[in-house]
Design a protein around this ligand. Structure first.
Ligand code: EPU
Length: 338
């Protein structure tokens, strides 16, 4: 199956920030076999960028290489005793997969309802929300090695998952193109209401025995309340990672800022709520030119209207600087910058 290379394509509808930049070359992949054609044509020896839903990316300049847009579709379920193995093509919309699982009563994805993006991107940054991370349900994925020109299987333990991180973001950054992902779910009920906002909302709705559909609805409700909808306000979710610091540094900060919001992590580390740090620096709801900080969640930067990627990037640099000055904590961008 061949490939069709389009020239000078606008990226506006391919990134949830809605940034207008042009890609010199653009290839849509609807069948993984096309990656072999792309390999044989020598495209992977040039500059290239794999794009899923474009929900974790900020374009700051025209892209002069090849954009590889992954758009293969399909979801299959295989039941092995108590376990359900769901295999989804990388181009599937993540939330469509969540809905599929809820409709079939398969547990495990409901706390991650409404996360923007595609299935193929889900392992790359180990997506997570409301008490669950992808690594808890990820079984394996198939990925195309753009250096060797072969497909390879990665199991959970191969992926080096940690908070918002995996081998696909570190050692193998840019090398592999994920073409399908298999999740291991369960049909026996196991509901996770550990996240405070979920239990509060369930109580309000007087739901004491929630189903996975209830959880997905509550999570979707909380997200819509807090996070801007990319179809109306350009954004890429959390722009920064929550910083992870040592316990000693945490103790020093807690003395100075008793209201500091934190979570305990493995290996004596502490994760701070970056949204709180940013809000304390006075940035919540602020706008500079066409770039802004979301009024309900300071971790999210927004495109007010026709912002240049550089405006959003400069705003993020100012925020990093202010948080560093006030708290001596260095925020890292979660969003990929190009
Ligand atoms: N907070 C503030 N001010 C703000 C924002 C947050 O004080 O402007 C406080 C909140 O009141 C809360 C704490 O910070 O006490 C944490 O806030 P929230 O529950 O909104 O979660 P978060 O840590 O800011 C993370 C993820 C989100 C995910 C939520 C819920 C990261 C970088 N972000 O945000 O993921 O939806 O938890 O689980 O880990 C994303 O990655 O794009 C994303 C949206």
């Amino acid at each position: 199956m061949g490939i069709n290379i389009q020239s000078d394509v606008s990226l506006k509808k391919y990134n949830t920030f809605g940034i207008e930049e042009i890609a010199t070359n653009f290839i849509e992949i609807t069948d993984p076999i096309q990656l072999l054609s792309a390999y044989e044509t020598g495209i992977f020896k040039e500059e290239f960028l794999t794009l899923g839903g474009g929900s974790n990316i900020l374009f700051t300049k025209p892209y002069s290489g090849y954009i590889i847009k992954i758009n293969n579709k399909g979801i299959q379920a295989k039941i092995v005793q108590q376990d359900i193995f769901i295999t989804a093509c990388a181009g599937e919309i993540w939330n469509d997969l969540v809905c599929y699982c809820i409709n079939n009563n398969y547990n495990g994805l409901e706390n991650m309802a409404l996360i923007p993006g595609t299935v193929g991107a889900s392992p790359v940054q180990n997506i997570g929300a409301y008490g669950t991370e992808l690594m808890n349900i990820f079984y394996s994925c198939i990925a195309f090695d753009t250096v060797a020109g072969i497909f390879k299987v990665f199991y959970n333990e191969d992926c080096q998952f940690s908070y918002r991180d995996s081998i696909f973001k570190s050692e193998y950054k840019g090398r592999y193109i994920i073409t399908e992902v298999t999740y291991k779910l369960s049909s026996s009920p196991s509901i996770n209401t550990s996240y405070g906002a979920i239990s509060t909302e369930l109580e309000k709705r007087q739901i004491s025995n929630p189903t996975i559909r209830d959880i997905a609805e509550v999570v979707s409700y909380i997200r819509v309340e807090k996070l801007p909808d990319p179809s109306t306000v350009g954004n890429a979710g959390s722009f920064f990672k929550n910083p992870v610091i040592s316990i000693d540094k945490y103790k020093e900060l807690k003395e100075l800022f008793p209201d500091l919001i934190s979570y305990t992590m493995p290996e004596n580390k502490i994760k701070l709520a970056a949204g709180w740090l940013i809000e304390q620096c006075g940035w919540k709801g602020k706008v500079i030119g066409q770039a802004g900080v979301w009024k309900n969640q300071a971790l999210v930067l927004i495109n007010i209207h026709a912002a240049k990627g550089t405006e959003i990037f400069e705003l993020s640099s100012k925020i990093i600087n202010d948080v560093y000055q006030k708290f001596n904590v260095k925020l890292e961008r979660e969003v990929n910058i190009f």
